[in-house]
Design a protein around this ligand. Structure first.
Ligand code: 2AM
Ligand code: CA
Length: 267
């Protein structure tokens, strides 16, 4: 059995190394390349940071499987590897390419059936390191994290995001956005799913929801949110949407969760 706590110093160093690569690119002009659509973009920072992270992970864990946003599946085959890594080199690429300093690197270790064991998220512009180990709490630069105590949606500040096919797919989160807008104190749209989950963990936000998320966007952040006392499910309340790549995630401080799920049911 692997001991995720023993891996934490190395994985932290790798996430911070990726942060250095990203910040070097952030200081210069940032050309973008299109992926699935005109707004789904990738930059040299994404590619270079992911190559660095994958090289470091493969050197240490050659018998593990690695799922990376830009590089696809690497390492040992998914079906046989006991452990899977989920890597998003730059979460918040649209912010990054716009020179808006709100993005991060997300690295998670999970079992083959996608139970997260370790989550490391590094925000290189604020030098904020969010970490969690399954069963051992969530931390920000060495300080223990706790979710908010907000108990009613009307007192809540909640964030969300919109999918890359929003121009053509009518199921583009606008109905959900409107439904929450009139029920809460404030709605925010920050642009990094991984940091949204960390901010729920840190008590900076009361809740978060989004559709079309991939495992690399959420695997680390959902562990960090849960280890800070939060709850993460799909829109119906299923506690493990990452197992089936369902893409729809709701995170909250726990107290607000039922009220948040009711909003989806009302649509
Ligand atoms: P990215 O910056 O790594 O692409 C924005 O709403 C947030 O959701 C970002 O974290 C973005 O990740 C993610 N996101 C939105 N649509 C996505 C998609 N179709 N696939 C993967 N991630 C997506
Ligand atoms: Ca990304």
């Amino acid at each position: 059995m692997i001991n995720p706590a023993q891996l934490l110093p190395d994985i932290t160093a790798i996430a911070q190394g990726a942060g250095e690569i990203i910040m070097r690119h952030f200081a210069a002009p940032i050309p973008t390349t299109l992926k699935s659509s005109r707004i789904d973009i990738v930059t040299a920072a994404d590619t270079e940071a992911e190559a660095y992270i994958v090289k470091e992970l493969l050197a240490r864990f050659p018998d593990h499987h690695i799922v990376g946003e830009e590089g696809g599946n690497q390492g040992a085959p998914a079906a046989t590897a006991a452990y899977h890594w989920f890597v998003d080199p730059v979460d918040g690429t649209v912010n990054f390419a716009s020179k808006l300093p709100h993005f991060c690197t997300s690295i998670a270790l999970a079992t083959r059936d996608r139970e997260p064991l370790l989550g490391v998220i590094y925000d290189p512009t604020r030098r904020e390191l969010f970490t969690a180990i399954h069963g051992a709490g969530a931390w920000l630069n060495g300080q223990r994290l706790r979710v908010t105590q907000t108990a009613a949606l009307i007192d809540a500040v909640i964030t969300s995001g919109f999918p890359y096919d929003k121009h053509t797919n009518p199921d583009n989160n606008l109905k959900e956005w409107a439904a929450f807008l009139v029920r809460i104190r404030g709605e925010r749209r920050l642009g990094s799913a991984a940091l949204d989950l960390c901010y729920v963990a840190a008590g900076r936000l009361d809740g978060y929801w989004e559709k079309d998320l991939k495992t690399w966007d959420v695997m680390a952040g959902m562990l960090i949110a849960r280890e800070a006392g939060g709850m993460v499910t799909d829109y119906q309340g299923d506690p493990n949407p990452q197992r089936f790549d369902r893409g729809r995630y709701v995170a909250s401080n726990g107290k607000l969760h039922a009220e948040m799920l009711e909003v989806f049911q009302s649509l």
